[in-house]
Design a protein around this ligand. Structure first.
Ligand code: SF4
Length: 93
């Protein structure tokens, strides 16, 4: 699994140069969700992923992420479900 670990690239997420070893395990046991866009064309990354990760892991990593509006709606639903209330702003007199 470590055959490409010495390759380096600039990571837009971290703002620094990193090794492929980080990209293949950025989420602990699973690769970074951007590994295809960052490494395709430089390494046989598709073959690497198929060889070292289960289809379930790859499906989880590359599942479409919820959009910003959906995340806000999810948070709003959680807050509404918890019974929390947002404090009213102070009145200006
Ligand atoms: S695959 Fe992820 S961790 Fe690696 S360079 Fe791209 S964004 Fe950074």
């Amino acid at each position: 699994m470590n055959e490409y670990d010495h390759y380096q690239t600039y990571c837009r997420s971290l703002g620094d140069c990193i090794h492929f070893s980080y990209c293949r395990a950025a989420g602990g046991e699973q690769p970074c969700g951007r590994i295809l866009e960052c490494w395709a064309g430089r390494l046989p990354v598709v073959e690497f992923l198929k060889k070292h990760y289960t289809p379930e892991v790859l499906e989880r990593v590359f599942a479409p992420q919820p959009g910003r509006l959906q995340r806000i709606m999810d948070i709003a639903e959680k807050v509404a479900g918890s019974g929390s209330r947002v404090a009213a702003p102070p009145s200006i007199e």
